[in-house]
Design a protein around this ligand. Structure first.
Ligand SMILES: Cc1cc2nc3c(=O)[nH]c(=O)nc-3n(C[C@H](O)[C@H](O)[C@H](O)COP(=O)(O)OP(=O)(O)OC[C@H]3O[C@@H](n4cnc5c(N)ncnc54)[C@H](O)[C@@H]3O)c2cc1C
Length: 376
C-alpha cells in the first residue's frame, strides 16, 4: 500500500496532524504503540490558538458539544478556601475537554477520510533515510517507506533520540497527579466548586476543571518534590500519595481528591528538556511533546501540539519539496514553542514559590498569535 506520510504516535498531536495532512489530500499511515489509542488521560485545557486549529479542521461542533467553557477561573487559598482572585477565562478560548473525548472526535474525523490509516499496537523501532525517502522499521520487523515521517511520539521520543542523540529529560522537582472524578461522587463538595477552580498553596497547587459536558471533574495537582514516582500516563497510582501531599488543603479540595476512583488517578514526575535548535532532519520532523515538552505552568502542551499540526500541513501545502516544507515548518514554530518552554519553567518557579496571600494572576503569552494565518 502506498502512503505519502508515515506518522508515529496517535496522541493529540499525531491525530491532529493526521487530520490536517489528510485535508491537504495526503495519505497518512499512523502507527501507535498502544493497543487502544484513547486508553488514558484525564482533562486537557485548550486555549484560543488550539481551539482555532480544531475549528479550522472542522471540529467546531465536536468542541462546542464535548467541552466545558468556564466563564471565570476561581483562585482560592489552599487552606482557608478564601477566594484570592476570580479571573475571567479567555472568551476566545479556554475549552476544558476530556482527553479521550478529544481523541475520539479526532479519530472519527480521520476515519471519515480514511478508515484504514490508524495502526494501533505498532511500535516504531528505528528509522533510516536517503535522498529518495524515509524508512520506518517496527517491532515485529514490519517496514514502511514514504517521502516524509512525522514523529509525534511524545516526551521520550525514540525518533528525537535517533536524530539528535540520547539527551534524557530532566526532573523539574515537581510531582504531578491527575485524576478523573464523576460529578455524582461530589455532592458534598459541589457548592464550593465552579467549572474551573485552582487552589494555591506554598509549593503546591490543585486545579479542578469540569469536563465531559459537566459530568466529570478532572484535576491536576502539583507539588514540589525531591523525588518522583513513575512518569508514565497509563499506570493508576491510587489516591493515598496525593492525599498525603495535599493534607493541608481545604475540605472541598480534599473531598475531590478522596472521591477519585483509584483507577482514575495517575501520578508522574514532571520532566523538561531544553529547547532544541532543530526539529527536522531531511525528511523527518518532530511534532508536539517530541519536539518541545512544556511543563504544565500553565498547561500549554496541547495548544502547542495543535498549532504545530496545522502549521506543518500549511508548510507542506506551500513548499515545492519535502525538505523545504520541513524547513518552513521548523522556522515558523521553533521560536514560539521554545519561548513557551522557557516561560512555563519560569512560571512554575513563580507559582510554586509564592505566598498564596500575595497571589497575582500571571500573564498569558501572545494573544494575537494565529496558527491559521501566521507566516510559514
Ligand atoms: C495516555 C496519555 C494520557 C495523557 N493524559 C493527559 C492528561 O490527562 N492531561 C494532560 O494535560 N496531558 C495528558 N497527556 C499528555 C498530552 O496529551 C500531551 O502533552 C499533549 O497533548 C501533546 O501531545 P503529543 O501528541 O505531542 O504527545 P502524547 O499525547 O504524549 O502522544 C504521544 C503518542 O506517541 C505514542 N508513542 C510513543 N512512542 C512510540 C513508538 N515508539 N511507536 C509508536 N507510538 C509511540 C504514545 O503511545 C502516545 O500515544 C497524556 C498523554 C498520554 C500518552
Amino acid at each position: 500500500m502506498q502512503f505519502d506520510v508515515i506518522l508515529i504516535g496517535a496522541g493529540i498531536g499525531g491525530l491532529t496532524a493526521t487530520l490536517a495532512l489528510q485535508r491537504q489530500g495526503l495519505r497518512v499511515a499512523v502507527s501507535e504503540q498502544a493497543a487502544e489509542p484513547f486508553a488514558g488521560g484525564a482533562g486537557l485545557l485548550i486555549g484560543a490558538t488550539g481551539a482555532r486549529v480544531l475549528k479550522e479542521l472542522g471540529l467546531r461542533e465536536a468542541l462546542e458539544d464535548l467541552a466545558v467553557r468556564p466563564a471565570t477561573i476561581a483562585v482560592r487559598h489552599f487552606h482557608s478556601g478564601r477566594l484570592l482572585a476570580g479571573t475571567a477565562a479567555d472568551p476566545a478560548g479556554c475549552y476544558q475537554i476530556g482527553r479521550a473525548d478529544l481523541q475520539r472526535a479526532l479519530i472519527a474525523a480521520i476515519h471519515s477520510n480514511d478508515r484504514n490509516c490508524l495502526h494501533p499496537g505498532h511500535t516504531l523501532a528505528d528509522i533510516g533515510q536517503d535522498a529518495s525517502g524515509v524508512t520506518a522499521l517496527f517491532a515485529g520487523r514490519q517496514m514502511l517507506r514514504s517521502s516524509l515521517l512525522v514523529a509525534c511520539d511524545g516526551l521520550r521520543s525514540a525518533v528525537r533520540t535517533r536524530l539528535f542523540g540520547d539527551e534524557q529529560p530532566r526532573f523539574t522537582g515537581y510531582q504531578l497527579w491527575q485524576g478523573l472524578v464523576p460529578m455524582s461522587h461530589l455532592a458534598p463538595a459541589a457548592p464550593g466548586l465552579s467549572d474551573a477552580t485552582i487552589w494555591i498553596g506554598p509549593g503546591q497547587q490543585l486545579g479542578c476543571r469540569s469536563i465531559g459536558r459537566g459530568t466529570q471533574l478532572a484535576y491536576m495537582a502539583l507539588a514540589r518534590s525531591n523525588h518522583w514516582t513513575d512518569e508514565g500516563w497509563s499506570k493508576p497510582s491510587g489516591v493515598d500519595s496525593v492525599l498525603a501531599a495535599f493534607r493541608g488543603f481545604d475540605t472541598v479540595a480534599r473531598t475531590v481528591l478522596m472521591a477519585t476512583p483509584p483507577e482514575q488517578s495517575l501520578s508522574r514526575g514532571v520532566f523538561a528538556r531544553d529547547p532544541l535548535p532543530a526539529w527536522t532532519q531531511g525528511r523527518v520532523a518532530l511534532l508536539g511533546d517530541a519536539a518541545h515538552p512544556v511543563t504544565p505552568f500553565p498547561d500549554r502542551a496541547t495548544d502547542l501540539a495543535l498549532e504545530d499540526a496545522l502549521v506543518l500541513a500549511r508548510a507542506i501545502a506551500m513548499a515545492g519539496t519535502t525538505p523545504e516544507a520541513l524547513q518552513r515548518y521548523a522556522a515558523a514554530r521553533i521560536p514560539r514553542a521554545s519561548a513557551s518552554m522557557v516561560a512555563a519553567e519560569e512560571q512554575g518557579v513563580r507559582l510554586t514559590t509564592l505566598n498564596p496571600d500575595a497571589y497575582v494572576p500571571g500573564t498569558t503569552d501572545d494573544p494575537d498569535y494565529d496558527p491559521v494565518t501566521v507566516a510559514v
